[in-house]
Design a protein around this ligand. Structure first.
Ligand code: MTE
Ligand code: HPA
Ligand code: MOS
Length: 780
């Protein structure tokens, strides 16, 4: 029986629930003499560090040393792209930025030591908003423009025109396991680390850079992560470098694990965006032209902001053909945490813009929004603004049609309208939105992966690959692939923790490509080994190698049972014939290319498609809303692991709902993050699960050229949550005609005021006043 395609539970599900699954910081007890690190935090968003004196800390009990720039042999910078992240800064760039690290015998002594360090600052004026950054010309990079057609002329020629501005909020990753790392000097003179990192090779690179040693002296292992969501693609590096510095200076193991508050205040988040747009369209709601300006709030350093902005620019079309399109992007430099990768990697922000525009067009023309959306779908033969043909465009309409039917969209639209006609203040809304998400790293070079598969003489197998496990089920899928490829029993396969001394120069596990890349590399290695074993088995069974059938640890002649060998017997025979029982595997995504100068090419190997219908209910007195029902249809190709994929779809959607409707990041006037814990930062939970929640996979959808015909699933479902935002706007629209302006995050206050505005504009001023008076009477 094939293992791929089976709904197996996550390989660590049992360990996750019982607590037996270990994470980086669970290992601290295994390192005698381990030291704890705690940072000295700057109390300003922007300042010059004028004086740093650790002597009082050094005299404090339990403090072993204080790490400062004097301890850096190499380059004291952890910037992953641009080297603009000094680990021991002289200019403070955001509130709570670490300026030094104290190592103590216990966490408590390290913390107290950090408070004892004397640091003096000359405060400087911070830039805390995108608007302020624009006004002061504070940019990390940009403008970058991708254009097709004569946008200005087409806009002028358009029958109708709208313009607008949208604020899009950021998002805290809130992985359950905060940033964690443990470094020690290994027995052979190298530096070893456990790190909760999505990108062990880059963590290795940065540690080597800071210690000024070659990379072969550094080994990074990632056992698994308790969630990452993009927040550990680059942001683990700095802590790893500090721990390694500490280990090198003291000769003792050093551990860093951030508290929740530290993690929230010093690590990067999803980028907030400011968007300005103009769109032209005809009387049927067909887009003729759009000009879109994206201002990403990058925070204090560049990090991955350029690539994230790039993905936003690639996704402002979502599933729609815009004949003339000009999109320009800037990365603003502000005095906040350095914003970073977060599930969707800019795609969600880009797609929100076009969905917002299409709803405005529909309301302007008084057409149903789904009709306007449909009319603008990509058709066969059309290309994106960056020149990639949308080869399987028919899938957009196919998914749309299937979902409309399975969700009973038309009938429910009528039910919602009837409900609203009968209810003045409690209203419902329904919306359907599509997703088209490009799969591949947009930087072509990252689309490669390696694997190393070892078979031992007893027939047991170790599988090494460059991908990291963060809960997404990569290891489960890879184990399934290896079981089928080798024809062994599932127990024969052991997935090894990701280590840089097994596979070098790996890419981050990101861009939803973990299985596409690493799964294909493992398959490649397994095929090499299988070919060897088939030749050996054929001799033993006296048949053609092609007829040697490997399945579930047994080897026979296809379809015939007269002679059956065990996998281990064949392996032992191969060993005795002196044949190699280990193989490397390699994969590079074919056919992709992109020219960053012309902004044209085929950056994505394929698109992942999906669509979602959401229905919400809103209380107009308070703006309070809830999702009543969600129907999701996702194109996962031929699913390798349906239960894992279902988890990804449900989790991604709810995480998107959190981003769009609940999770508010508030920086105060001094640039302090006011929402720095679970008590102030509202997260989605059980209560946000739609009581009616349908998740389906598109059938007959095998994707040619991808491992097992599967498709990436990690990020695309997050963007299905845009249907919830559009359903809320649909509720606002039920209060009167006209365009619905609603910033994102749509907090309940914003929803309330959007309803008030619509009621006022619709001549419902009297009732709007009544509403306000009622609100006043309610004391809110
Ligand atoms: N699922 C869980 N449970 N935890 C995570 O941290 N990260 C997401 C997604 N799903 C994440 C997750 C992100 S941002 C990406 S890019 C992919 O998983 C990465 O894994 P994959 O490429 O193997 O899908
Ligand atoms: N997606 C996610 N992470 C990345 C990418 C991307 O396209 N490029 C570089 N890191
Ligand atoms: Mo995911 S944002 O590509 O780590």
């Amino acid at each position: 029986m094939k293992r791929t395609g089976q709904p197996l539970h996550h390989e660590s599900a049992h360990g996750h629930v019982t607590g037996e699954a270990l994470y980086t910081d669970d290992l601290l007890g295994r390192y005698p003499g381990l030291l704890h690190a705690w940072p000295v935090l700057a109390p300003h968003a922007h300042a010059e560090l004028t004086h740093l004196d650790p002597s009082a800390a050094l005299a404090a009990p339990g403090v072993v040393t204080v790490l400062t720039s004097a301890d850096v042999a190499g380059e004291g910078d952890s910037g992953p792209v641009r080297h603009d992240e000094p680990i021991f800064p002289s200019e403070v760039m955001f509130h709570n930025q670490p300026v030094a690290w104290v190592l103590g015998e216990t966490l408590e002594t390290a913390r107290l030591g950090a408070l004892a360090v004397v640091a003096k600052y000359q405060p400087l004026a911070p830039i805390l908003s995108v608007e302020d950054a624009i006004a002061r010309g504070s940019f990390h990079s940009g403008p970058v423009t991708i254009r097709r057609g004569e946008t200005a002329a087409e806009l002028a020629r358009s029958e109708h025109r709208i313009e607008g501005e949208i604020h899009i909020g950021g998002q805290e990753h809130f992985y359950l396991e905060t940033q964690a790392t443990l470094a020690w000097l290994d027995a052979s003179g190298g530096v070893s680390l456990h790190s909760s990192t999505q990108h062990p090779s880059e963590t290795q690179e940065i540690v080597a850079r800071v210690l000024d040693i070659p990379r072969h002296m550094v080994t990074v292992e990632c056992l698994r992560m308790g969630g990452a969501f993009g927040g550990k693609e680059t942001q683990a590096n700095c802590f790893a470098a500090v721990a390694a510095l500490g280990a090198r200076k003291t000769g003792r193991p050093v551990r860093i694990r951030l508290s929740r508050r530290l993690d929230m205040t010093i690590t990067g988040k999803r980028h907030p965006f400011l968007v300005r747009f103009a769109a032209g369209f005809d009387g049927d709601g067909r887009l003729q032209a759009a000009r879109i300006q994206l201002f990403a709030d990058g925070g204090w350093s560049l990090d991955l902001s350029e690539a994230i902005l790039g993905r936003a620019m690639f996704h402002v079309d979502n599933a729609y053909y815009v004949p003339a399109l000009e999109v320009t992007g800037f990365v603003c430099k502000t005095h906040k945490t350095s914003q970073t990768a977060f599930r969707g990697f800019g795609g969600p922000q880009g797609m929100l813009v076009i969905e917002d525009i299409l709803d405005r067009i529909a309301r302007t023309l008084e057409l149903p929004p789904p009709v306007v959306r449909e009319r603008n779908f990509y058709r066969e033969g059309q290309s994106t603004h960056y020149g990639q043909p949308v080869k399987d465009a028919e899938r957009i309409a196919r998914i749309w049609g299937l979902l409309k039917e399975s969700s009973r969209f038309a009938a429910r639209r009528e039910e919602v309208d009837a409900f609203n006609a009968a209810n003045r203040y409690c209203r419902r809304g329904i919306a359907i939105t599509p997703v088209k998400f490009g799969i591949s790293f947009t930087a072509t070079l990252y689309n490669q992966a390696g694997a190393l598969v070892l078979i031992y003489r007893d027939g047991s197998v170790q599988v090494n690959h460059g991908g990291t496990e963060m809960g997404q089920g990569l290891y489960t899928k890879i184990a399934q692939i290896a079981v089928d490829a080798l024809g062994v029993r599932p127990e024969a396969i052991r997935l090894m923790p990701t280590r840089t001394d097994k596979i070098p120069n790996t890419s981050a596990t990101a861009a939803s490509s973990g299985t596409d890349l690493n799964g294909a590399a493992v398959l490649d290695a397994c095929r090499t080994l299988r070919a060897t074993l088939e030749r050996v088995a054929a001799e033993m069974l006296e048949c053609n190698p092609a007829d040697a059938h490997f399945e579930n640890g047994r080897v026979d002649i296809s379809g015939r049972r007269e002679r059956v060998l065990t996998f281990a017997e064949v392996v032992e025979a191969a060993y005795r014939q002196r044949l190699p029982l280990f193989a490397s595997g390699y994969y590079r995504t074919p056919e992709i290319h992109y020219d960053p100068k012309t902004h044209q090419g085929r950056p994505f190997y394929y698109y992942a498609y999906g669509a979602a219908v959401s229905e919400v209910e809103v209380d107009a007195f308070t703006g309070q809303y809830r999702v009543l029902r969600a129907d999701l249809l996702e194109d996962v190709g031929e699913s390798i692991s349906p239960l894992v994929d279902r988890g990804q779809i449900e989790g991604g959607f709810i995480q998107g709902v959190g981003w769009l409707t609940l999770e508010e990041l508030v920086w105060d006037a001094e640039g302090r993050l006011a929402t720095n814990g679970a008590s102030t930062y509202k997260l989605p939970s059980w209560s946000e699960m739609p009581p009616e929640f349908h998740v389906d996979f598109l059938t007959r959808a095998a994707e040619p050229g991808v491992v097992c015909g599967s498709k990436a699933v990690g990020e695309p479902p997050l963007m299905m949550a845009l249907s919830v935002r559009e359903a809320i706007r649909d509720v606002v629209a039920s209060f009167g005609p006209g365009v619905v302006e609603l910033d994102s995050l749509c907090t309940l206050e914003r929803v309330f005021f959007a309803i008030q505005r619509t009621r006022a504009v619709s001549g419902d001023a009297a009732s709007a006043e009544v509403g306000a008076a009622e609100m006043g009477a309610l004391g809110s």
